[in-house]
Ligand binder design. Structure first.
Ligand SMILES: Nc1ncnc2c1ncn2[C@@H]1O[C@H](COP(=O)(O)OP(=O)(O)OP(=O)(O)O)[C@@H](O)[C@H]1O
Length: 363
């Protein structure tokens, strides 16, 4: 699936909902669309499924230009947040609906519906009405209905939001199985960052109708293109730092981090000249926080270096303790171990940076 140069301005809107957006997803790929509310994710989904016609740009599926095809004639299926089932029709009728719409023969319709009901564990409720089902079952019916035509592209516009974690995972597992079995491209709009990081093959981040970052979950999380993307994808802190000079490659710089020189990774756009200003992204796991007194150990190794700060707050994160620490250059987030002594508000703390986990932006 390729959406190329998509621009769309809704009537009466001052700003385009989408501006020259290009995204691409291969067969069997799971691409997550992320971005703040109003960034254009749903609009992009409806441009791909044909419910919205773009002012400019083209949509290609399987190499075929579908831009002017009616929604029902596109090889796409969409699941929305609401399951939109017909309340007065049985589960089997709901699932069969897209095939009936496409004029499928009676035997094909019956066979395919049966297969889908079986695959999604719905055979036992084929004759039930939607109101007789649990929320999780209704979502599975909506999924079966989306998949019954074997679409080349499955569009998921937050169909899992609001579901409890177990149900979410089981539906995602089902979608994953079907994606692999059918070689379908799946485009998933979600606000759930841990879910996107854990499941997507690639993530595209939109802001104000434009693509602002794109890459594997690791790229987006560890090497974001901007502080906007960095903050959007998870807890982060930023420090203004001074460049001391080049690193060993074009994608490294020596920088002064709170008085200690370090070599950190960066895009080539960060200036090399000594004295230039840059912004350091510090994910909590790039900074270990240990008591200022006593023998500090980091991952079992004695760690004599490190700068000092003062604990402002702490957040229990289950697997680790996250600390907010005041430094002479502003406050930063770091992590501390749970099995050592816990640090309290106002305690002095030693800050041990892991330079290989830091990332530098141009100022
Ligand atoms: N049918 C419409 N008519 C007018 N404006 C619209 C229409 N649909 C969307 N918009 C506007 O287009 C912009 C993008 O909206 P869109 O729903 O695509 O964003 P989104 O990223 O999906 O947001 P959310 O995460 O809240 O669902 C918003 O400013 C929205 O108000």
């Amino acid at each position: 699936m390729k959406a190329i140069g998509i621009t769309k301005t809704f009537p009466g809107m001052a700003r385009p909902a989408l501006r020259d957006v290009t995204i691409e997803a291969g067969p069997g790929e799971l691409l997550d669309l992320m971005g703040p509310s109003g960034s254009g994710k749903s609009t992009l989904v409806t441009v791909i499924n044909g419910l919205t016609s773009p002012d400019a740009g083209r949509v290609l599926i399987g190499g075929r230009d579908v831009t002017s095809l009616a929604p029902a004639r596109r090889p796409t299926a969409t699941m929305f947040q609401q399951d939109n089932l017909f309340p007065e029709r049985t589960v089997a009728d709901n699932v069969a609906y897209p095939l009936r719409l496409a004029g499928a023969s009676r035997t094909h319709l019956q066979d395919q519906t049966e297969v889908m009901l079986l695959r999604l564990g719905l055979a036992g409720v084929a004759d039930a009405l939607p109101r007789q089902l649990s929320g999780g079952q209704r979502r599975r019916v909506a999924l079966a209905r989306a998949l019954v035509t074997r679409p080349e592209v499955l569009l998921l516009d937050e169909p899992l939001s609001g579901l409890e974690q177990g149900l979410k995972s089981s539906l995602l597992d089902l979608i994953d199985q079907m994606r692999r079995r059918l070689g379908m491209t799946v485009i998933h709009v979600t606000h759930d960052t841990p879910l996107a990081l854990g499941t997507a093959d690639r993530i595209v981040v939109l802001n104000r109708g434009e693509v602002v970052d794109e890459g594997s979950p690791r790229d987006i999380y560890q090497r974001p293109t901007s502080s906007f993307v960095a903050s959007f994808m998870g807890a982060s802190s930023f420090l203004d730092v001074r460049v001391l000079g080049p690193g060993e490659s074009d994608s490294q710089r020596r920088v002064d981090v709170l008085g200690t020189p370090m070599t950190v990774a960066c895009p080539p756009t960060v200036p090399v000249t000594a004295g230039s200003e840059a912004v350091l992204l510090i994910r909590p796991n790039a900074l270990s926080v240990v008591p200022a007194s006593g023998t500090a150990t980091v991952m079992g190794q004695p760690e004599p270096r490190g700068m000092l700060g003062v604990i402002q707050r702490r957040f229990y994160r289950g697997e680790w303790m996250e600390y907010q620490i005041e430094t002479e250059r502003g406050s930063v987030l770091g992590t501390g171990e749970l099995w050592g002594p816990l640090l309290e508000r106002h305690d002095p703390a030693r800050l041990v940076f892991h330079p290989d986990r830091l990332w530098l932006f141009p100022r």
